[in-house]
Structure formats: structure tokens, C-alpha cells
Write a protein that binds this ligand. Structure first.
Ligand code: ADP
Length: 282
């Protein structure tokens, strides 16, 4: 437009109309952005409060167990016999590992939230991950028999073995904690729908159907679950598995018990019976 352009009345009203529509759109965008910010602030305030509640509650119990046990152990007047001393030391150990688990969960959660978990992907055999899990849970075998099974020919998978072990260990730990003693837990690796399915099936009560969609949310715990958890573990597992391009879901098994399935897509696997790509290149 040159400086001399003179608008007709119609053009002027069209332009004015245009401008006011743009102004309204900008105003609407600003309002939406503001509302989004308010919602974000509310959500993070709510998460912060939940976290603080869960953490302070979870810290308090084991800490008071530890200080109570130490007080009794060091009370000269009590002159405790060996069996009682041993029991108190075991209590301290259990409380300390509960604290340890809590701190690990919090650190993992914050690493996942800030995108600081970078899986170190490599070609692995799932059998090696299963062996490491077996060793880790050996002390629990007397209370919960663990049965690991894989199909005959399992492809190598491109994963971070430490991260996968950690995620599976948490699911197995849950299966041990939330099911009756003596009930078995089956951990298996199977190929289905061109994916590798890693499942952990227990024989406990499972969880209510309406709770299933929330199972992997942060801080979610099934109503009535006893103390000794924060509801963070499964959301952390989900973050870990997704960082390796896998998915994780849970269902109640037809025969009872919870079945948690990790699926690794075909791109993360070698074709069966073939060497990993690096070796094929050589
Ligand atoms: P936490 O165990 O610390 O509470 P999780 O995220 O690991 O947190 O688990 C969330 C909730 O899911 C648990 O509190 C429990 O109510 C339920 N849950 C998890 N695993 C099982 C299971 N194998 N059987 C029954 N309930 C389970």
C-alpha cells in the first residue's frame, strides 16, 4: 500500500472487522495460556503436597523404628539376650532398606521428570536379565517361589539391561509384597504380535478393575493398601520402559492375580537365530 492509498468505507469497515477479530483471537489465546498456567500451577501444587505427605509419612515410620530399636539396644539396664538383639538389628535393617527404597524412588522419579534418564542401550539376552533377577530375589524364594521361563529361541533385545532389571525387580517386589506367602510368581519372555512380551504373573487378589487404568499414575495406591509404599514405583517403571521404546500394561489374570506385561517392539529385537547387527557387519 502506498501512502496515498485511500480506503473506501467498505474497505475500512472490512479492515476494522479484521483487526477486531485478530484482537479477539489474541485475547482468547492469552486467556487460554493464562488458564493453562493456572492449571499447571494447581497440578504441581497438588503433586507437591501429595509428595510431601507421602514422603514425610514414609520417612517417619522407619525412622522411629530405627531410633526405638537403637535406644533399646543401647540401654545398658536392659542387658538384652542375643535373640532379642538379633531381632532388633533385623528390624533396623528392614527399616533402613525401606528408607533406601524410598530415596531411590524419589531420585528415579526426579531423573525421569527432568529427562535425565538416558538408557544405555545395548544388545542383550533376556536370559541374563532373568539370571540377575533370580540372584537378586534368592532370599525371597522360600516365601514366594519364582519361576522364570523363556521360549527356546529368544531374540536379542536392544535395551538397557540395568534399567530393565530395575523395572522388572520393582514389579516382582510388588508381587511379593501384595500376595500371600507361599504363592508363586511366574516371570516369562514370549514372542507375540511381533513383540517380545515380558510378563510377571502373581497369584494374589489382583486389583479392582476400576483401579487398573490408574495403576501407573504417580502416587496411585489401591484404597486400603497397607502402609509401606508411596505409589511411585509403577509410574517409575513406566517411565523407564518407555525410555527404551517399550510399553507396560496390567490386567487381572482370568485365574486371579495381577499380570503386568512389558512389550518391546520388533525394532528393538534381532531376528531369531541371527547374530546382532554389529557382528553381522563384520
Ligand atoms: P507402592 O507399592 O509404593 O504403593 P506402586 O506404584 O508400586 O507403589 O504400586 C501402586 C499400587 O498398586 C500399590 O500401592 C498396590 O495398591 C497396587 N499393587 C501393585 N502391585 C500389585 C500386585 N501385584 N497385587 C495387588 N496390588 C498391587
Amino acid at each position: 500500500l502506498s501512502q496515498e492509498t485511500v480506503f473506501t468505507l467498505d474497505e475500512e469497515s472490512l479492515l476494522a472487522n479484521f483487526c477486531s477479530q485478530i484482537a479477539a483471537a489474541i485475547e482468547r489465546e492469552r486467556f487460554n495460556e493464562h488458564r493453562h498456567q493456572v492449571e499447571l500451577a494447581e497440578t504441581s501444587e497438588k503433586l507437591y503436597k501429595t509428595l510431601l505427605n507421602a514422603v514425610s509419612h514414609e520417612f517417619r515410620t522407619p525412622l522411629s523404628v530405627i531410633s526405638g530399636a537403637i535406644e533399646t539396644l543401647t540401654d545398658a539396664a536392659l542387658s538384652l539376650q542375643e535373640p532379642s538383639r538379633h531381632e532388633l538389628l533385623q528390624e533396623i535393617q528392614r527399616a533402613a532398606s525401606r528408607l533406601h527404597r524410598l530415596v531411590e524412588n524419589l531420585l528415579d522419579m526426579s531423573r525421569l521428570d527432568s529427562g535425565r534418564i538416558h538408557p544405555k542401550l545395548e544388545w542383550c539376552e533376556i536370559g541374563d536379565v532373568f539370571s540377575a533377577l533370580y540372584r537378586r530375589f534368592e532370599p525371597d524364594l522360600s516365601s514366594h517361589p519364582l519361576k522364570f521361563s523363556t521360549m527356546d529361541q529368544v531374540p536379542l533385545i536392544f535395551i538397557d539391561p540395568g534399567l530393565l532389571e530395575q523395572a522388572l525387580a520393582h514389579i516382582i517386589q510388588n508381587a511379593i509384597r501384595y500376595t500371600p506367602a507361599e504363592s508363586g510368581i511366574e516371570i516369562s519372555a514370549q514372542l507375540a504380535d511381533s513383540q517380545l512380551h515380558l510378563t510377571v504373573l502373581d497369584h494374589g487378589a489382583g486389583i479392582p478393575e476400576d483401579a487398573l487404568p490408574h495403576l501407573f499414575e504417580k502416587f496411585f495406591r489401591v484404597a486400603g493398601t497397607g502402609s509401606g509404599g508411596t505409589g511411585l514405583g509403577l509410574s517409575i517403571c513406566k517411565g523407564m520402559i518407555e525410555s527404551m521404546h517399550g510399553t507396560i500394561t496390567a490386567t487381572n489374570a482370568p485365574g486371579g492375580g495381577l499380570c503386568v506385561t512389558i512389550r518391546m517392539p520388533v525394532e528393538t529385537m534381532t531376528p531369531i537365530l541371527k547374530a546382532p547387527p554389529d557382528e553381522l557387519d563384520q
